[in-house]
Design a protein around this ligand. Sequence first.
Ligand code: MRU
Length: 347
Amino acid sequence: MIDTITMKWKDWTLYLIDQRKLPLEEIYVPCSDFREVASAIKEMIVRGAPAIGATAAFGFALGAREMAGKASDWGDFLEKMKKVKETLAKTRPTAVNLFWALERMERVMKEFGHLNGIAERLEEEAIKIAQEDIETNKAIGRHGAQLIEDGTALLTHCNTGSLATVDYGTALGVIRTAHEQGKKIKVFVDETRPYLQGARLTAWELMKYGIEAILISDNMAGWMMKKGLVDMVIVGADRVVANGDVANKIGTYSLAVLAKHHSIPFYTALPTSTIDLSKKTGDEIPIEERSEDEVTHCGGRRIAPEGVKVMNPAFDVTPAELVTGIITEKGIIKPPYEENIRKVVGS
Ligand code: MRU
């Protein structure tokens, strides 16, 4: 059974909190078909790298249940499952956890090798992925909290909390652990234009946990640093590659440059399932381009002239040289990343 704020799995239905509507409305969207799961990822009902991975795993199990009922034999089933995997895989390109979860589900499916009981076996694996995610985040929190002293002022970007994971969070998990340890901390929250994950989701989560949150618009971060108000920057990641380059929400790169200029440590926190050793540098990471409307509109209202040209990359890549450390469930990885990442995750 999975029952968290982000997702609930019950009787072959995945209920996802509609993150597009938060913090104003708390509505759960039921998905009992893999196509519905794919569209929930694409439409950002669910978002955040680890949450996307676990959601896709449940989508894969749902697809297997449907295809097992339709397939004439194991070969036919595998053929049909290719389509299921492809539908789920082509939703969002940057967060590698999506592909990591689908690969794991496919491996388990192939090892199982027969139709009788396949859907149940895959359901079991999806639940395992979701449960592991929670444990992993708590371990990330324990490692990362060692870096945070009493009285630290942090700055974070996007949303990396319970909502971006199955539960607890990555970068926000580190912040939560420090708070649970009794450290008095405060957090500057970038609003994170254009999708406003910081203003809508992170501010909401921090307030719920009783952690002091100060919402700023993204362009204020540099000035806060200049004024000496920020001791540490901590963000999540959608993909970290072999040389330590980090893809994360657009705006992360600017923060890392600013942090370097002001000699402020810049950390990223992530499960090792976010590490993609198949890519050597950040240049190889596919960056999702999203709808123009997200930039031309705010809160459903047009704010820019009709016909203006727009770019809307949803992520950027921070070069490894700007990253002070990578916090994972297996410990904190320090430079040289090329060598030390492999030591932690193997090759
Ligand atoms: O577009 P989103 O909201 O899915 O982007 C999310 C982020 O960039 C997060 O920082 C990242 O996934 C890490 S979440 C633990």
